[in-house]
Design a protein around this ligand. Structure first.
Ligand code: DC
Length: 433
């Protein structure tokens, strides 16, 4: 019997269950476990060993002989297999193709289900998969089945830049003998075709509360300031202009967290960055700017309406850090440049500790973002603007825990900032990372 709360999120491929499960875990302050990633990890391992995935006996033996270690890192599941971290390989084409076969081997399921139940013994978890409510934790009262129309699911995978034979995988996952994809009789079914991630999470939260789950999330603060007309106009105009002149696009906007305290952390290339970064979120976010910028009568009138907060100096200045902490404690979102200043040569620069300090004080989640092309469009110090394409890629949210800030001090802050900067560095212009 699990000793903690388990929220089971099942559903077919590309139904949106991963995004929903992650966002839900963050709202509840639970850990997030992706069971599909565990089957993918074993699949990668079997392929690495050059085994034939069509031979269940060989797959079963390889799984039995491998050393599988499951733990939680940053509130998320991570699995090591024979001391390797397969995370970078989980979405490779050959893994996509073979995972249904590997996950249909009963012995593989038996071994991995035991590890999944292990998570339930350690922590409160949101676990996503195909059979979490029906087989892994049939006794949990909190079961959801997330679905979306096949057209919407194919579109979502394509938008992720992935080739994935969804229809074939659905067929294989639903028809296999061992734990087929079924809807647990007591699961609430939610169709996400026409809903946003936050909309789905809201629905789930309501049902969880109705079912008696004690919800006291530290990120439940509504915050989420709505746009005033000035902000809306600035937001819309900057997008339209950037789209026409710089072929501006934002990749993986669906990864954005749309409620509660949030730090948008982006590399800094040009003066275009703040309004363009603001377009990655549906809500009015807050920006810091040097006081002197507001000295002019026009800017002094307009910028506060665009949520620009004046500080003595940008970067790691004390007044800036205090302003950021105040914004986040109010449940709002803010843009931070971890490098502190615009790049001179277009390359990423080292992270400053200021961001880490703000994380340590607020435990706010961070959405890493990387901007490409803004340096080419308007280099620091240059008077010329060139019509170079600009792209922003949004990364997966990073969640921090008390364990991350058990110690305080400049080194810890520096490491937290570096962690964010590393995630930014992993993002590539084609939307990977
Ligand atoms: O969620 P996903 O697409 O990453 O899952 C990959 C495969 O793993 C999926 O095709 C079926 C299998 N799977 C499973 O059999 N049982 C689970 N609980 C999760 C995934």
């Amino acid at each position: 019997m699990p000793t903690h709360h388990i929220i089971a999120i099942d559903g077919p491929a590309a139904s949106g269950k991963s995004s929903v499960a992650r966002a839900l875990a963050q709202r509840l302050g639970f850990s997030y476990v992706n069971s599909g990633a565990m089957y993918r990890a074993v699949t990668w391992h079997v392929l690495q060993r050059g085994l034939n995935v069509h031979e269940p006996a060989a797959v079963a033996t390889a799984t039995e002989q491998s050393r599988i270690v499951c733990d939680l890192v940053d509130n998320q599941s991570r699995m090591l297999i024979d001391d390797h971290d397969p995370t970078p390989h989980l979405r490779e084409d050959d893994v996509n193709r073979a995972v249904s076969l590997v996950s249909s081997v009963p012995r593989v399921r038996e071994i991995l289900v035991a590890h999944m139940r292990g998570y339930g013994k350690k922590e409160n978890v949101v676990m996503e998969g195909r059979d979490i409510g029906s087989v892994v934790f049939p006794e949990t009262p909190f079961k959801f089945y997330i679905d979306a129309s096949p057209e919407v699911r194919v579109r979502r995978r394509l938008a992720e830049g992935q080739r994935d034979e969804i229809a074939a995988r659905d067929r294989a996952d639903s028809s296999r003998v061992a734990s087929p994809l079924v809807i647990a009789p007591d699961a609430a079914v939610i169709d996400t075709s026409a809903l946003t991630i936050d909309g789905v999470v809201d629905q789930i939260m309501q049902r969880l509360v109705a079912k008696g789950l004690p919800v006291h999330s530290q990120t439940a603060t509504p915050g989420g300031q709505r746009m005033n007309p000035y902000y809306w106009l600035g937001y819309t105009l900057s997008r339209l202009l950037a789209q026409s002149f710089f072929r501006f696009r934002i990749m993986h906007r669906e990864r954005m967290i749309q409620s509660g305290p949030l730090i948008l952390a982006m590399n800094h290339q040009s003066f275009f960055d703040p309004p363009l970064a603001g377009n990655a979120s549906n809500r009015a976010i807050f920006f810091l700017a040097r006081k002197t910028l507001l000295d002019h009568w026009f800017w002094g009138w307009l910028l506060p309406k665009l949520n620009v907060i004046p500080v003595d100096q940008e970067g790691s200045d004390r007044s800036a850090l205090k302003a950021l902490i105040r914004i986040l404690r109010a449940g709002e979102a803010t843009l931070v440049f971890p490098e502190g200043a615009r790049t001179l040569d277009g390359n990423l620069q080292p992270a400053q500790p200021g961001l880490g300090l703000v994380i340590a004080k607020t435990l706010a989640p961070v959405v890493p973002m990387r901007i490409f092309g803004a340096h080419e469009a308007w280099a620091r110090g240059s008077k010329k603007i060139r019509l170079h394409p600009i792209t922003i890629v949004v990364g997966h949210p990073i969640f921090f825990t008390q364990a991350d800030i058990a110690e305080r001090g400049k080194d810890v802050y520096q490491r937290l900032s570096e962690r964010v900067m590393n995630e930014i560095a992993k993002l590539t212009i084609d939307g990977n990372g």
